[in-house]
Design a protein around this ligand. Sequence first.
Ligand SMILES: [Zn+2]
Length: 259
Amino acid sequence: MDGIVDETLLQPDDPPAFEIVNAGGRSAAFLICDHASNRIPRRLGTLGLSDGERADHIAWDPGAAHMARRLSVLLDAPLVLSGYSRLVIDCNRPLANTQLIAPVSGGVTVPGNAAIAPEDRAARIDQLHQPYHAAIEDMLEKRRGRPTLLLSIHSFTPDMGDGPRPWPIAIAYGRDDRLARLLIPALRQDGTVVGDNQPYAVTPDSDYSIPVHGERHDIPHVLVETRQDGIRTPETAAAWADKLAQAYRRIEAPALRLT
Ligand SMILES: [Zn+2]
């Protein structure tokens, strides 16, 4: 070695920034999962957080990856999952958002994000945020001319201190509600209580994936959020995936007329 220091964030034994599942899936549904993992690159240690904090919803969307993988199988849909914790960098935040690399999340201070050096911030963007979204863009580009319906799979915590949240599942959207207007009634058909842009709505300031991959390309889309207490185990996550897949199948034909 000639004294060259490898300054890259991801080391050879770290997994890649994203994972693609079922790339050749034949469904019109195209799945993404921004908060799939609570992994932290080895170089960043624990970000100064306890085991409990790193397992908590501030670090990822518990259950969302299980649900997304199951949906991918049920619908034969391609799926792109982010490989790292939202506390390292939040892949669903625009680069200008103050929570992109959150100094405090859910009331928890993240020591590894405090006073982050500009080159370290740039490395997280270049090696994690950018490749994940480039992978999605690349796949969408290859599908051009084929009908596509974008489903962004998330989960939400049952209580953020504002009282218990009554919706076991929620559909969020921004300025384009076309797919939501079909999927919400389909999910409600059996009496399920479904959040309609509650507890969260999509906005271009707080969200990245739907505005960039959905709205900008005029691809009909929804952000699906399942409440975390309903998807704590692979089995319960699979049950909600089954339910979502059934609702999706009921509305796929009219939804394709939107594309
Ligand atoms: Zn999320």
